[in-house]
Design a protein around this ligand. Structure first.
Ligand code: ATP
Ligand code: MG
Length: 209
């Protein structure tokens, strides 16, 4: 009958969600241990266009499910850093994922890149639940979650922001938050701008200005 079917669908959905959640926890733990083991640091020239593309893709599915628009703005020329692309994608992905997770359906999330020599800043802003001032430093601790009750609805282990902070430190940068409860949050990941010589195409563009 129809009732039994709909209960089965709800249970099936729940099983899929829990499995996904367990999978994500394992992924996060692996990422964190990889970072903490301090494998030989990767020092590639990484274009932030790629980091934003892949980081935003990580939150795409949840955003679609909640009808949340992720707006990413034009990325300025020369926004490159020296480091580990996979780590950088993981850091930005975690910030965008949080922005989507802790926002109401139908809202929007903004991703911006700003070059401010000698830094480049990756900014993720949302208009979600916000974070109480007392928790602004603690949220970067491993397994720390603002409200345990929130956790059951949104899933998560409290590892995301500790990964972001590790990645920032590994790249000689930092991560800052500004947030007000009920208004939203902005996270800024600040990294040293790559100092390597610019590709020819960009040098030519510059000299025309
Ligand atoms: P995980 O990322 O491991 O899946 P998580 O999202 O709970 O789980 P973190 O990303 O480390 O863990 O975030 C820690 C806590 O900080 C969250 O539980 C949440 O309470 C709060 N938080 C993080 N980002 C935001 C945000 N954009 N808006 C509101 N609260 C946030
Ligand atoms: Mg998170």
């Amino acid at each position: 009958c129809a009732l039994a079917t709909s209960i089965e669908v709800v249970i099936a959905g729940r099983i899929v969600m829990e499995a996904h959640r367990a999978g994500q926890t394992i992924d996060d733990l692996l990422e964190l241990s990889r970072i903490e083991l301090g494998e030989e640091p990767v020092r590639d020239l990484v274009d932030l266009v790629d980091v934003v593309h892949d980081g935003v893709a990580r939150a795409h599915q949840l955003a679609e499910l909640k009808s949340i628009v992720i707006e990413s703005f034009d990325i300025p020329d020369g926004a490159r850093v020296t480091g580990d692309r996979r780590q950088l994608v993981s850091a930005l992905g975690n910030l965008v994922e949080n922005a989507v997770k802790y926002s109401e359906p139908g809202s929007s999330v903004q991703v911006r890149v700003r070059v401010q020599p000698p830094w480049v800043e990756l900014m993720v802003a949302d208009h979600g639940v916000g974070i109480p001032a007392a928790d602004h430093t603690r949220i970067f601790e491993r397994f720390y979650r603002v409200d345990k009750g929130r956790g059951r609805e949104t899933g998560g282990t409290g590892l995301g922001l500790s990964i972001v902070r590790h990645v920032a430190t590994n790249h000689r940068g930092d991560v800052q938050v500004s947030s007000a409860e009920g208004e939203g949050s902005t996270f800024v990941l600040r990294l040293p701008l790559a100092t390597s010589p610019q590709p020819r195409r960009q040098v030519e563009q510059r000299s025309r200005i």
